[in-house]
Design a protein around this ligand. Sequence first.
Ligand code: NAD
Length: 267
Amino acid sequence: MADFKDKIVIVTGGAKGIGGGISRAFAEEGACVLCADIDEDSGAQLVTEATNMDGTVRFLKADVAHAGECEAVVNTAVSEWGGVDILCNNVGIQPANSYLPAHEFPEEMWDRIINVNLKSFFLMAKYSVPEMKKRGGGVIINTASVQGLQSMKGVSAYAASKGGALSLTRQLALEYAEDNIRVLAVNPGTIDTPLVVEAVDFMGADLEGLKKLWGKAHPMGRIGQPREIANVVLFLASDKASFMTGEYVCVDGGMMAKGAWADGEEE
Ligand SMILES: NC(=O)c1ccc[n+]([C@@H]2O[C@H](COP(=O)([O-])OP(=O)(O)OC[C@H]3O[C@@H](n4cnc5c(N)ncnc54)[C@H](O)[C@@H]3O)[C@@H](O)[C@H]2O)c1
């Protein structure tokens, strides 16, 4: 896929997990990648790794829940390489201590999750779109979740943020279709990332056992890897998806295809 040679790509939460997979995938395809993340060590590691790739990765420490930091991310891409072609709004948090019923959910926790998982998507789009317009178009890919479509107990803020990300995807697609800016989302199923590992550590549970158990919720019988999300992001960002906008793709081993009534079939 030579579509990305010298393309300018921003990846929020791009230092590890799914975002790390997305940053690496674009850098391997020759892109100039600006990884915006709060984790400097993982960012530095990624930058070093990328010296062996066709493209470049630059790291900027930024908490993208804040407008000024989002603006600085976009300004860095512009000053470094001249603009923005692709924005991957990937950042997302689901703190291990946040699995609580709504009536016990602290307001500050709600605000933090919504600000990181949803407001940052709006802010990064707000500052990136004018730069995309100057270049005649662009692509925004939002990492939402299967939790934006179906839900479970204890995740009021996370579920709301992901439903919001899917709704924002549709809205921005309509807003900027005439400007040749496509806006799409991916909904990962359970993916093997630090986010998941932290939740397991917090529960004090057996990681490998839980991965197997979660795998069973996916018809393909396993959880996914960051690269399997990144590959779909590459496709959506490429010209091969030139007539797609305002849509989401579930990358979930068949999880969303399965109705609740299907459980009995496995007994
Ligand atoms: N892992 C899964 O099973 C799964 C499933 C569905 C959706 N997702 C979504 O995929 C995305 C990536 O998740 P992941 O599992 O790779 O998470 P992760 O915790 O493994 O990685 C997230 C990255 O974001 C960074 N980050 C956190 N807060 C930040 C902030 N305020 N500003 C900038 N960077 C910040 C972290 O340092 C980290 O590098 C999220 O939007 C998540 O909701 C994950």
